[in-house]
Write a protein that binds this ligand. Structure first.
Ligand code: SF4
Length: 231
């Protein structure tokens, strides 16, 4: 991995070119080659998915990894799958997203005060990255957070994102120990240095179709993020 990037744009370019995890790169390319019938006419992205949003964001929404036929197809986080169909209407209502639906990376969507990233940037088989793949991808998040100069709040979408953020903070010497940090929907923490963290269930179909995560619950998380960010 090259040295620290000078800007979020350069960082995104480096992420797209990353090939540290051969299993994931092969999987993304294979999914892009075979495609799902419903998307037979799409030219899949099939590469690491760059982050997306407002470079002056005070809030970071941190997901797990791209979906095989969602952002691995469209090339933008949470764009074109069931998780995104649940997330973007909430972001729109909370004032972070210009549009309530995300279809493609050319749909005109603009984010305000929000940056969206994930702890793993390539779609993993069965949505399960290995611990080694998570470690491989972690330096991108560290660099990204250093470049988000106005960042005040991180919303962790799911336990893996929550654990990934805390591991990153420990590695970078910001967090001495993780004891006391327990994942629970709506739980709030303040890291040394003042960064606020909100834990949320991930907007996966598994959670949203079963009612484990409802729209009011999810909206409350992003409204709280606005409040904690001073927006
Ligand atoms: S998961 Fe991350 S580290 Fe691994 S190849 Fe993709 S971008 Fe690179």
């Amino acid at each position: 991995m090259p040295g620290d990037a000078a800007s979020l744009k350069i960082l995104n370019e480096r992420i797209v070119a990353c090939d540290r995890c051969s299993r994931l790169r092969q999987h993304c390319a294979e999914v892009a080659r075979v495609r799902r019938c419903a998307y037979a006419d799409w030219e899949y992205w099939g590469k690491p998915v760059p982050s997306f949003g407002d470079e002056k964001a005070r809030v970071l929404a941190l997901g797990l990894a791209p979906g095989a036929h969602g952002s691995n197809r469209t090339g933008r986080p949470f764009t074109g799958d069931g998780s995104g169909d649940f997330l973007f209407p909430v972001l729109h209502e909370a004032g972070f997203a210009s549009l309530p639906t995300a279809i493609s990376r050319n749909d005109g969507m603009k984010l305000k005060d929000l940056w969206i990233a994930s702890v793993v940037r390539c779609a993993p088989p069965a949505n399960k990255p290995t611990p080694e793949e998570q470690r491989n991808c972690a330096p991108w998040l560290g660099q990204e957070m250093a470049l988000l100069k106005d960042l005040r709040v991180v919303v962790c979408l799911g336990r893996i994102a929550f654990d990934g953020l805390l591991a990153n903070m420990q590695r970078n010497g910001i967090l001495p120990a993780r004891s006391g940090f327990v994942f629970a929907h709506g739980a709030e923490y303040t890291l040394p240095g003042g960064l606020k963290v909100i834990a949320s269930y991930h907007p996966s179909l598994q959670n949203t179709n079963t009612g484990k995560l409802t729209r009011p619950m999810f909206l409350a998380v992003f409204k709280q993020a606005r409040k904690l960010a001073g927006l």
